[in-house]
Design a protein around this ligand. Structure first.
Ligand code: AMP
Ligand code: GLY
Length: 431
């Protein structure tokens, strides 16, 4: 008989619910714990009220509860060194160390790394001094992209269309410190024109395996306009991305990154998720993430046929080269975010959500919770992105239709969502 494992999942979003949902399907999954979790994860296990960034308390909890495996999913705990802290105590944890995750938590580091390893990316300079940054912008062309180097809740990037906007951004980040220390350094880079996709690869530090591509939609409004969000909807795989393009991304981006990190003494264990712009000159990295994307993960969990825990074990134990990952054949997935009114700005919490059970009963639909909380037996909103409605189908069109039909059943005050997820992908010719 398989030994049941106690598993701790760090985080509280749709990604964590989706990973928990997948893990719970395996025989060896014993008790599941989420720190801190949401109303959806409550149905799978126990929510522990420890913040994802309280590393000392998480270590203590894992020791006390004799957790067999911890999955470190969000960016902040990785940047704080959760993996190193668990490893020091001999606790089994999956994710990159703080040194490896620097690819995400310092854009300045990531850019210099890409330069050292000839990984295609936008031309750039790094600045800490406002006057020097200002001079660079004044000489540069438009649009120009300004990025706070550190983690800024997905809000640290400005694509400035005018010099005034660029200078105002520099002033806000470097002088007014709107992102705190995350803005001590800024990366100023060339604007990349193209189609944006997400690539994910799992690595054990030496070898890697590619996941299918996916495509997030980061702007809040239909037609890709308005401010950036954590991600309003995702499709996987985007039908326009061919296997030759994925081979190119693997060869020119993933391979030199995994090999480069190993060479530099920071072997990358976990999910490497480069944000990629498909430009006329080929794929270029506009950012590295050192973790699973949210909402990309929700679609991957719908498509995956291999035991996720086997994949995690192979990554921790250096066995990725022996691993075969199976994905559902001829299947497409989407996940559409239902957000609170006002998001990504200020929004209300505590609005009652209805219709979710009925929506979840639709064929091939699974609802993942993100910002939800049970208050006196009512399911209520508790975040910017509240729910993710995922669906699978034999074509992308079919998956999208199923998800949008399910959404019609769900209601809460102020609910907003994009009506055009996947639409542009259906119209693009194969690349
Ligand atoms: P990030 O926070 O790094 O994910 O960036 C947020 C968004 O800014 C990305 O999803 C891209 O749409 C956009 N972006 C970032 N860098 C560039 C660039 N160099 N050129 C064009 N768009 C960019
Ligand atoms: N898909 C956006 C993110 O995870 O950063």
């Amino acid at each position: 008989m398989l030994q049941k494992q106690k598993i701790l999942i760090i985080g509280s979003g749709g990604r964590e619910h989706a990973v928990g949902w997948k893990v719970a399907q395996y025989e060896r999954a014993g008790d599941l714990y989420f720190a801190p979790g949401n109303a959806g994860t409550l149905e799978l296990g126990t929510n522990v009220s420890i913040s994802a960034t309280d590393i000392a308390k998480l270590v203590e909890f894992a020791q006390k509860e004799k957790i067999d495996l911890t999955l470190a999913l969000p960016d902040d705990p990785l940047a704080l060194g959760i993996v190193d802290a668990f490893q020091v105590e001999g606790l089994r944890i999956w994710g990159p160390t703080k040194g490896a995750a620097e690819l995400e938590w310092s854009k300045a580091y990531a850019k210099d790394f890409m330069k050292r390893h000839s990984i295609p990316t936008a031309k750039y300079e790094v600045f800490t001094d406002f006057k020097k940054a200002k001079m660079y912008v004044e000489k540069g062309s438009l649009p120009i992209v300004i990025k706070a180097s550190g983690l800024a809740l997905g809000k640290g990037v400005t694509v400035a269309q005018t010099k005034e906007e660029a200078l105002k951004t520099l002033e806000d980040v470097l002088i007014n410190k709107i992102f705190g220390n995350a803005g001590n350094e800024v990366v100023i880079e060339e604007y990349l024109d193209g189609i944006e996709i997400s690539a994910h690869a799992i690595s054990d530090g030496q070898s890697w395996k590619m996941f299918p591509p996916s495509q997030d939609h980061k702007r809040i409004f239909d037609g890709n306009v308005g401010p950036n969000t954590g991600g309003m909807g995702v499709i996987a795989p985007p039908p326009f991305v061919g296997s030759a393009m994925m081979k190119k991304i693997e060869k020119e981006i993933v391979k030199p990154t995994i090999e480069g990190m190993a060479k530099e003494g920071r072997p990358f264990v976990g999910i490497l998720y480069p944000g990629i712009m498909l430009t006329k000159e080929g794929p270029k990295v506009f950012e590295f993430n050192a973790r699973f994307g949210d909402p990309e993960t929700q679609t991957y969990m719908r498509l995956l046929d291999t035991d996720l825990l086997d994949i995690v074990d192979a990554s921790i134990d250096g066995k990725i080269s022996d691993l075969k990952i199976k994905w559902k054949e001829n299947t497409f997935a989407c996940n559409i975010a239902l957000a609170s009114g006002g998001y990504p700005g200020t929004y209300e919490k505590g609005n009652i959500i209805s219709g979710i059970v009925e929506a979840g009963m639709q064929t091939d639909v699974v609802i993942f919770h993100a910002g939800t909380k049970v208050v006196r037996q009512d399911l209520t909103t508790n975040g910017g992105r509240v729910l993710g409605v995922s669906a699978i189908g034999g074509s992308m069109k079919e998956a999208l239709e199923k998800a949008y039909r399910a959404i019609e059943k769900i209601k809460f005050e102020g609910m907003q969502y994009r009506k055009d997820i996947g639409q542009s992908a259906l119209e693009i010719k194969k690349i």
